[in-house]
Every structure is written in structure tokens, then in C-alpha cells.
Design a protein around this ligand. Structure first.
Ligand SMILES: NC(=O)c1ccc[n+]([C@@H]2O[C@H](COP(=O)([O-])OP(=O)(O)OC[C@H]3O[C@@H](n4cnc5c(N)ncnc54)[C@H](OP(=O)(O)O)[C@@H]3O)[C@@H](O)[C@H]2O)c1
Length: 234
């Protein structure tokens, strides 16, 4: 029997580790060819592990020229994308008055501007046949969390971007989904003794949800999903 994503082409940002790596591997396990992009990827991690169906590439989502060049190369060599997963993200968590402009720009530049650049490049090539753009959001995209000025602003912004893409994408079959994710055990939690991995989602849990959304036909719009560990917000 054919896998649900057989013949589909996907690109996942921030796929060198954590949630993004799990998403890339899960989409490939369901039959997609997956471009796994991150700054540190070429010749490392996924490449070393030789995951079938996963093509690792170097990409800094903050660079407009690098994003446009990679998406153009993907389209010319493999065809238009069916799925983009905007997962690349960074966080700086400190009181607002201690946040530097550089830190603010790094977080907004990666989580929001980077997502916009990738979504724009994907949308342009999805216009002809449609496609799905999936953004990895957070609790911080709908709850005001202390110490999350830049991170929260970036994720609230991502929520707005995702919604507008759905409006702009209506007649083109371009569907956008924001998946607001609760605590998920990745290396960002290592060393924080007050949190237990067993209380959190795993990257595989998130990847399964992303792959389910990616597998849906374009006749259905899935605007927002919220997935949390059983204990809710930790
Ligand atoms: N873990 C959680 O509890 C949790 C909860 C809610 C939402 N999220 C969201 O889930 C996403 C992934 O988080 P994670 O926990 O898996 O983090 P992670 O393990 O730190 O992975 C982040 C990924 O983003 C990549 N990245 C960072 N800056 C980039 C850039 N400029 N260009 C391209 N790639 C870049 C990193 O690779 P390189 O350094 O190689 O570029 C890495 O692959 C983020 O958007 C995060 O906000 C996480």
C-alpha cells in the first residue's frame, strides 16, 4: 500500500536536531522526499545517519538570498514543494528590561522573519498546484509568559503570519497551519533539573502531528492546533 506522502516533496527548517529532525524523519517515513535544512547540517547528523528520503542542506533562514537560492534550486532539481515546515527557532528568555536589541533581533529574525522568508518562497512555487505550510508555534503564541518578550512576540507574529497566508492562499490551494506546541523534551531542556522529560511531549509526538496535517488533502484547512503534554503548561 502506498504511504500517505508518497511522491510528495517537503522542506523542514531547523532539522539538524530536536523537533525538526524528528519531523524530517517522520515525513520521510511516510513516503515524502524531505529537504532537511539547518545552518549546521551539511555532511553532518542526518547525512551521517543516511536516513532514506532525507536530503540534508545548509540554510540560515535569516538570509533572504540563501533562502531564495535554496528554494529555487529545490524547485529546479526536484519540482515544486508540496509541504514546508517552518520549525527553525531560537529563544532568549530573560526580563524585558535586560533584553538587548541584538537578542531581540536574533529571535525575531529567526522565528518570524525567517519563517516569512521561507513561507514566501514556498508560496511562490505552491501557487500552481497548492501545498501546505506548517509553522511550529508554542504556548507563547497565545499566552503571555514572563521572560518571553522576544520569543512570545515572534510566536504571536508567526500566528498572525499563518492566518494571513490562509487568506492569501485561498484561491491557490495554499493551506497554512500553526501548531502550538507545549513543552517537548529536546536539548533546550537539558540541565534544567526542575523539569522532567517524562512530563513532556517527545519530538516524535510533535512529528506525528505534523505528518498527520501534511497528509491531509488540500480540501481541508487546519488553521490551528494546540498540543500539550497531559499536565498542560509546565
Ligand atoms: N522544545 C520545546 O519545548 C518547544 C516548545 C514549543 C515550541 N518549540 C519550537 O520548536 C522549534 C524547534 O525547537 P527545538 O526544541 O527542537 O530546538 P533545538 O533543538 O534548539 O533546534 C532548533 C533548530 O533550529 C535550527 N536553527 C536555529 N537557527 C537557525 C537559522 N537561523 N537557520 C536555520 N536553522 C536554524 C537549529 O539548527 P542549527 O543551529 O544547525 O541552525 C536546530 O536544528 C522551535 O521553533 C521552538 O520554538 C519548542
Amino acid at each position: 500500500m502506498a504511504a500517505p506522502l508518497d511522491g510528495k516533496l517537503a522542506l523542514v527548517t531547523g532539522a539538524s536536531k530536536g523537533i525538526g529532525q524528528a519531523i524530517a524523519e517522520q515525513l520521510a517515513a511516510r513516503g515524502a522526499t524531505v529537504i532537511a535544512a539547518a545552518r549546521s547540517l551539511e555532511g553532518r547528523v542526518l547525512a551521517d545517519r543516511r536516513v532514506p528520503g532525507v536530503i540534508p542542506v545548509t540554510l540560515d533562514v535569516c538570509s533572504e538570498s540563501a533562502v531564495d537560492a535554496l528554494f529555487a534550486e529545490v524547485q529546479s532539481k526536484l519540482g515544486p514543494l508540496d509541504v514546508l515546515v517552518n520549525n527553525a527557532g531560537v529563544g532568549v528568555f530573560k526580563p524585558t528590561i535586560e533584553l538587548s536589541l541584538d537578542e531581540w533581533n536574533q529571535v525575531i529574525g529567526t522565528n518570524l522573519t525567517g519563517a516569512f522568508l521561507c513561507a514566501r518562497a514556498a508560496f511562490r512555487q505552491m501557487k500552481a498546484a497548492g501545498g501546505r505550510i506548517i509553522h511550529i508555534g508554542s504556548i507563547a503564541d497565545h499566552v503571555n509568559l514572563s521572560g518571553c518578550a522576544a520569543y512570545g512576540a515572534s510566536k504571536f507574529g508567526l500566528r498572525g503570519l499563518s492566518g494571513v497566508i490562509n487568506e492569501d492562499g485561498k484561491e491557490h490551494g495554499v493551506r497554512s497551519t500553526l501548531i502550538s506546541v507545549g513543552a517537548t523534551y529536546t536539548h533546550i531542556w537539558e540541565g534544567r533539573e526542575e523539569f522532567d522529560a517524562s512530563d513532556m511531549l517527545s519530538p516524535a509526538d510533535v512529528a506525528d502531528t505534523v505528518a498527520d496535517v501534511a497528509s491531509k488533502g488540500l480540501g481541508i484547512r487546519i488553521d490551528e492546533l494546540r498540543i500539550l503534554p497531559p499536565q498542560g503548561v509546565l
